[in-house]
Design a protein around this ligand. Sequence first.
Ligand code: ADP
Length: 398
Amino acid sequence: MSDIDTVLVLNAGSSSLKYQLVQPDSGFVVAHGVVERIGESQGRVDLIRGDEVNEFVGEIVDHEAGLSKVFELFSGVGHDLESEGITAVGHRVVHGGPQFYRPTVVDDALIDAIKDLETLAPLHNPVNLLGIEATRRLLPDVPSVVVFDTAYFHGLPEHVATYAIDRELAREHHIRRYGFHGTSHQYVSTRTAEFLDADLEDLNQIVLHLGNGASASAIAGGRPVETSMGLTPLEGLVMGTRSGDIDPGVVMYLRRAAGLDVDEIDVVLNRQSGLKGLCGENDFRSLIEMVSGGDPDATLAYNVYIHRLRKYVGAYMVTLGRTDTIVFTAGVGENNAKVRADALAGLENFGIVVDAVRNATRSREPRIISTDDSAVTVLVVPTNEELAIARQSVEALS
Ligand code: ADP
């Protein structure tokens, strides 16, 4: 057994399981990979360990079978998991509801409580639980910790978290703005302060997490004061397959005019909207190719996406009063220079000047992409939710 902490971090989706074995102190990634197409006859598991890549292709009946395959791949390359000395398993769970806002050690009561939150997050929490239950059976002696995606935003100011709806109904059903991607917003804002050699407490930041899911946050002196997602991850920016903000009247109208029931509307807004709904494509790389090729639907989708993003930047600048940094992160934010340029174009009067050469430079490291005389420092800071979950898991157990 090694005496260095190693944490297995799991992010379970409905048909996939992303995992990473990481040393929380150094951030060293021992191994990582993904189990894909769980429940289908042609599933796939990979294990990437340094330069070695090992793969299994075949049927994966459920999450537990997928995780067993990962363990088999480990022993196949002569590294059974025992010898890696896993000290904890860290799980991402999307919705913590009103009661969970700290990393929490898994026991039967927590599992029951997460099940009770199912109505708040029907698309996410039940599949996150599959990962927890699989590790409890396969690694019964290793403690598991849950890190909730909503936790960081628990302390949003009351007037920000409150929807202007009937207060009794809201109270009875715990309807408020919870916010999501919290682990990422917290990690990236903290990392930005470290990178700039500044105190987190001294910085007013806007963080734009642009992945397949997308969210913005305003963070004043290390404290989140606004975020774009709400009761569910559906509110806010235009996303890969989610609409983001719409008039809630659309929901009633779809019920009455299109005859869709609630579950069907849920699917439309979460899985068939956003970029995919507008042009049939939710992957940003393909979308950009379509835009370059002159596809009118893709062009409109791109313009709707950028317009929404700019609206949020403007709103958050006013919320903060003074903005020190605007930080791009996640798949699109880290890799797509055009989105960054278009999101902040023409804002010189607001003290925001992106440097074209810096913006076009590719790197996996945090970097400044604004000019030296830009009053607002614009950065790209890669997120690392796995490392943040690993660190919080070890902390919760100590
Ligand atoms: P999530 O974790 O929400 O699934 P990611 O943060 O991995 O999403 O982001 C996925 C998005 O990032 C996709 O739209 C993908 O096209 C985009 N993306 C990833 N890599 C690149 C790249 N090199 N250039 C442009 N877009 C990229």
